[in-house]
Design a protein around this ligand. Sequence first.
Ligand SMILES: Nc1nc2c(c(=O)[nH]1)N[C@H]1C(S)=C(S)[C@@H](COP(=O)(O)OP(=O)(O)OC[C@H]3O[C@@H](n4cnc5c(=O)[nH]c(N)nc54)[C@H](O)[C@@H]3O)O[C@H]1N2
Ligand SMILES: Nc1nc2c(c(=O)[nH]1)N[C@H]1C(S)=C(S)[C@@H](COP(=O)(O)OP(=O)(O)OC[C@H]3O[C@@H](n4cnc5c(=O)[nH]c(N)nc54)[C@H](O)[C@@H]3O)O[C@H]1N2
Ligand SMILES: [Mo]
Length: 739
Amino acid sequence: MSDESPEVSDPKTWAAGMPAVASSLKHVIGRDGVARGTKALLDLNQIGGFDCPSCAWPDPDDERSVAEFCENGAKAVASEAMRATIGQEFFAQHSVDDLMSRDDAWHDRQGRLAEPMLLREGANHYEPVSWDEAFAILAEELNGLASPDEAVFYTSGRASNEAAFLYQLLARAFGTNNLPDCSNMCHESSGAALNAAIGVGKGTVSLDDFAQADVILCAGQNPGTNHPRMLTTLEEAVQRGAKLIAINPLKEAGLTGFAHPQKLSGLLGKATPLASTYLQVRINGDMALFRGIAKYLEADETFVAEHTAGYDDYRKTVESTPWERIEELSGISRDAIRELAELMASGERKVITCWAMGLTQHRNAVATIREIVNVHLMLGAIGRPGAGLCPVRGHSNVQGDRTVGIWEKMPEKFLAALDLQAGITSPRKHGVDTVGSILAMHGGEAKVFVGLGGNFAQATPDTSFTAEALRRCRLTCHISTKLNRSHLIHGQRALILPCLGRSEDDGGRFVTCENSMGVVQASQGRLTPASPDLLSEPEIVARIAEATVGDTGNVRWRWLAEDYDRIREWIEAVVPGFERYNERVREPGGFYLPNAAKERVWNTESGKAEFSSAELDAFSARNGRMILQTLRSHDQFNTTVYGNHDRYRGIANGRRIVFANPDDLKERSIRPLDEVIITSYWNDRSRSVHGFRAVPYEMPRGMAAAYFPEANELIPVGSVAEGSNTPTSKSVEVTIEGS
Ligand SMILES: Nc1nc2c(c(=O)[nH]1)N[C@H]1C(S)=C(S)[C@@H](COP(=O)(O)OP(=O)(O)OC[C@H]3O[C@@H](n4cnc5c(=O)[nH]c(N)nc54)[C@H](O)[C@@H]3O)O[C@H]1N2
Ligand SMILES: Nc1nc2c(c(=O)[nH]1)N[C@H]1C(S)=C(S)[C@@H](COP(=O)(O)OP(=O)(O)OC[C@H]3O[C@@H](n4cnc5c(=O)[nH]c(N)nc54)[C@H](O)[C@@H]3O)O[C@H]1N2
Ligand SMILES: [Mo]
């Protein structure tokens, strides 16, 4: 079944160092000659340069090193800055069926999409199409729908503020709030929990706080791979004496040690040990762990009285949760929990908790994150220096996209301001999110899919079901930089609209992004565009809008897209916090958006920060089955696969891998690298994937892990987080059997 020949070695105990430098160079030089890649890298994350497309970790506010990037940033830039292009000759040579048979890494290697392409009904080859014709086809399909709600406008988190603002304006002027985005699969649970608890759906810390914190918890996050620049921040904190606590079922190299690749000691492989305590929690056992911490904490009474609501109920809930249950669900001993609680409560209680997908993609993700907030509220550790909450965002502008209106349920305040500025009437009925749009397309209620970036077919759960949903569309249309599987799993007709990437010159114009800590910054590419036929994202969106909706109210689409200062003026008029946007974003380093919770102003229903008192639970597998989580290897950016290695976990040449507890494998008579079938169970149905190889790996009993997106087939579309509708990509009930 599997044509990979994976090799396994011992997992690493520290991240980066010389191997990271070597790997960056290989990707930059190997792909495209030194010049283009290096020029791009030198511009990366510099003031006046462009924002790294690989993650949302902030840049230092003041001094930046010459090379403010990491190995995986280098891979992302190398992948975008490729000189090779694919256009009509490529698509004449390769049919859609042929392209479907290639793997994701092959797709990425082919080069940048060079010209607009159309797949006609019944055809198996994409053909070139003019931009005007492409927009006319899209307009014809959109305007032929029985209702605007039959269209879906998806956004991936790389879109700039300017592109995203125009795009949501297009959807609303057209008449729908169907604006699903990658955030629905990502930090939606964080947004839902934080909005309800502290009145803002974002984190409350900045880099300054990391420089002052005494204790930093890192839960459900693998920064060595996914936010490597965060390791610099963590190293500085640890060297200053702060304690880092890792909470993760797997021992991740980036949490145990770091050799700074831009320091001599680091290059020589001298690693700084990072986590002083490593809690190998059971998958989805975090709520139990934080409940246990709460049991040992004494509340900061002044803070609780002045700033919070619901403490008495929470206190009772905590007291009535038995220890046995906490230990059983978390897999962490009472003693270890007490030690951690004492550490957090010591000194000035300067505690930061960071988290990412290990917490957000479970059925009770919202309740789990609220439990973290509960603990911070008891400590009074929000809204003061060195303390706070830090959901570590994924896509480089996913936070900004939401700020400027990408959401299927933007609040009335935003819609009213948008209507006033644009002279339109936005629909008030909520739209569909990612899971909702899959169901709508599958059920025939949505018929046109437009994607502003991303790779919907691969990023979403339940791969076969979602593929069928896309195939039932009349038209699927993607605004993209690189070939991906969403171009191949298509509706009756399909369009590829190729756009400029971050690193490329957009006629001297710049766009803006918001990072994970609410800093809005300019991003300007300088490379010559990969092809002369590319348009910028704002231009493409404006021309779709012009062809489909036409100028309406106060909206002159082309005029807006010609000069991004105009779009920014509109954002300023609609979204609070962007006062003097054009002026301030031109200042070095940009500006911070206001964050009320940081100032201890609570925009919640009660006007206080809210404790929540949910009953403790955790996902458990039935009938002796196992719990599978899906995660990223070191060689991918989401669905873009750069290579088939996962260096830190000791895997070479393999992606169809399932890591599992060694005793669980033994019990099933599965030897290392045996081929296995993984089957998941949900309600009335099971789903299987074949040709995976088993790798024994240190983790709690009953647990397993496999790579996204290969394992997405196993994730049931109906299995979602309560309160955020995020697919439960980290808790899937499975069996693993030899084949
Ligand atoms: N190079 C690179 N950078 C990226 C990305 C990429 O793919 N490649 N993706 C970007 C995006 S969009 C995002 S959202 C982020 C993702 O960043 P991460 O959230 O770090 O990504 P994952 O690989 O999903 O890792 C999840 C981690 O959570 C752990 N985990 C799983 N289940 C549990 C649990 O129940 N409890 C706890 N405590 N831990 C658990 C896993 O073992 C793993 O270490 O990274 C961004 N940056
Ligand atoms: N099983 C499982 N599934 C998951 C996850 C998981 O942990 N497990 N994680 C989820 C998460 S956190 C996320 S964020 C989603 C990601 O979902 P998406 O954001 O939809 O997926 P990406 O892989 O980031 O999208 C990559 C594509 O974006 C296009 N692209 C790249 N740069 C640009 C650009 O500058 N402009 C435009 N227009 N296009 C560009 C390229 O064509 C590329 O192929 O996946 C989710 N899916
Ligand atoms: Mo994400």
